[in-house]
Design a protein around this ligand. Structure first.
Ligand code: SF4
Ligand code: SF4
Length: 486
């Protein structure tokens, strides 16, 4: 309320925000709340005045009127900025770090149906040089008993959720296809009994797709993400069989058959960028326009800095330049109300639109857990089968709350002091726990090697969001339900 602002006895100063200007409009990304705020001309003038020195609300109002703004407009601008926390009482305030809610209900379960794989991709986080898994002496394939206990754990731990989700993972997921089919039937029954909606997705290397598998995926409307690194020469650089032979020729026709038949869910490609594979635009073009994927997403390989496939700084700059070109293309398509398919942009826009302000970088260990073939619960699929990171067992007492708390406390944004002045923290929150462990040996360490990249990407996506909001705001409605793939 205006009275709140005018009655303040201490001067006003600028709050914490990231300013950007796009399509002729000034926007603020409000860091304490994660919101995006369009600034009026009077609001912009108020901020310029406060940039020079703190002012009492009445003096600020008088200064704006002296600049020619009508008093009601100036008042409204001050009130809006104050309520958005873009300006604040000079004493400031600190948002207390948000603690995860006790007994936060589970939403997603990642089931690693096997830790075996028919490929030997050199950069694999599960089998490569930086693996965290300790699978010796543990089952290689998940049993029906473990699968049942996993589903029961999800249902029992998700009370209050209307919808839950299971993702199948590996190793190569389809090496345990019989169990996958069993889980879909069992989990659907259990979710119905609990009054919940459930949906399924899987990640696969694509080489074991068969007409029978494709029919099952279509009939059950199962979302599919295929790990694929681009055209043949790029894909075959590291995605190889044990004998070194590339896998492109095996999976490409199978994936095309999947895409041709599976129309109920968009099929996505997930590309791992390495020092050898950084041609983002060529890869996108091949996967989107020649293979026919609906969405293509990219992630740099997770590896120690000295690995041969770790992307060096100059190549990361090159990757960013290409990300930028694709993102601008995305923006232009969105202004024309067309879906582009670069899922990194969709994912970030969905988070901006939802006003996400993260206490943790992702849902790992909070709304999401992974379960391995042994029944051990892990923060996510990447920690499955790791003794160091186990958070209990679905066969023995479920989630160990003390271990979960230790993991979450360590990864909380409040514990990452390097991030406390960073405008990108509502979306980044320090970055992937697994990447942090591989790089720094600590799941709670901020991923400082990526900061410039993350801040550049956040600024770029904010600009794209602002431009779409000005030129075709209806496009953003598709993010209301946080369904970036649709
Ligand atoms: S890791 Fe870096 S980019 Fe991410 S929030 Fe922390 S300081 Fe910002
Ligand atoms: S810890 Fe990393 S790999 Fe695991 S869910 Fe989070 S972001 Fe993904």
């Amino acid at each position: 309320m205006m009275s709140t602002v005018t009655s303040t006895v201490t001067p006003l100063s600028l709050g914490e925000f990231h300013h950007f200007q796009t399509a002729g409009v000034d926007f603020l990304y409000l860091v304490p709340s994660g919101g995006v705020f369009a600034v009026s001309p009077a609001g912009r003038a108020a901020m310029e005045l406060l940039r020079e020195k703190p002012l009492d609300a009445d003096d600020l109002l008088a200064a704006l009127v002296a600049k020619g703004y009508a008093a009601p407009d100036a008042q409204e601008a001050i009130t809006d900025l104050f309520e958005a926390r873009a300006i604040r009482d000079v004493r400031g305030f600190e948002d207390p770090p948000q603690d995860p809610v006790d007994n936060f209900p589970l939403q997603s379960l990642v089931m690693n149906l096997t830790n075996q794989c028919n490929l030997s991709c050199q950069y694999c986080y599960e089998f490569g040089e930086d693996k965290v898994a300790t699978p010796d002496g543990k089952p290689k394939f998940m049993s029906e008993e473990v699968a049942k206990a996993s589903v029961d754990h999800l249902i029992a731990s998700s009370k209050g959720r209307r919808a839950v989700h299971i993702t199948f993972f590996g190793g190569e997921t389809l090496m345990n296809f019989p169990l996958l089919k069993w889980v879909v039937t069992y989990a659907t029954e259990q979710a119905q009994l609990a009054g919940q909606f459930i949906d399924f997705s899987l990640t696969t290397n694509g080489t074991l797709l068969s007409p029978e598998v494709i029919d099952f995926l279509v009939e059950n409307s199962i979302g599919v993400t295929v790990s694929m690194d681009g055209p043949k020469e790029m894909h075959d650089a590291l995605r190889v069989y044990a004998n070194g032979k590339g896998s492109y020729d095996v999976l490409a026709p199978k994936v095309k058959a999947l895409i041709a038949k599976h129309s109920t869910r968009p099929i996505a490609a997930r590309v791992t960028l390495t020092q050898q594979v950084t041609s983002v635009k060529d890869i996108f073009h091949h996967l989107k326009h020649e293979m026919g994927f609906a969405e293509v997403g990219f992630a740099p390989v997770t590896a120690a800095p000295d690995r041969l496939y770790t992307i060096g700084n100059s190549n990361m700059d090159r990757v960013f330049d290409q990300f930028k070109e694709l993102a601008v293309e995305y923006r232009d398509w969105a202004v024309e109300n067309r879906m582009h398919g670069f899922s990194n942009v969709s994912d970030t826009l969905a988070e901006i639109h939802a006003g996400i302000n993260k206490s943790h970088p992702c849902g790992a260990g909070l709304g999401l857990v992974g379960v391995g073939p042994s029944g051990d619960i892990a923060p996510c699929h990447r920690f499955v089968d790791s003794d160091t990171h186990a958070l209990g067992s679905v066969l023995d007492g479920g989630l160990d709350k003390a271990k979960q708390k230790e993991f979450l406390d360590r990864g909380h944004i409040g514990a990452k002091f390097d991030c406390h002045t960073c405008f990108a923290r509502p979306l980044c929150a320090g970055g992937c726990h697994h990447e942090a462990f591989v790089r720094y040996g600590d799941t709670g360490h901020p991923n400082l090697h990526f900061c410039d990249w993350i801040r550049g990407w956040t600024d770029l996506c904010l600009n794209i969001y602002g431009e779409i909001a000005v030129k075709n705001p209806g496009f953003l409605d598709r993010f209301e339900q946080r369904k970036p793939l649709q």
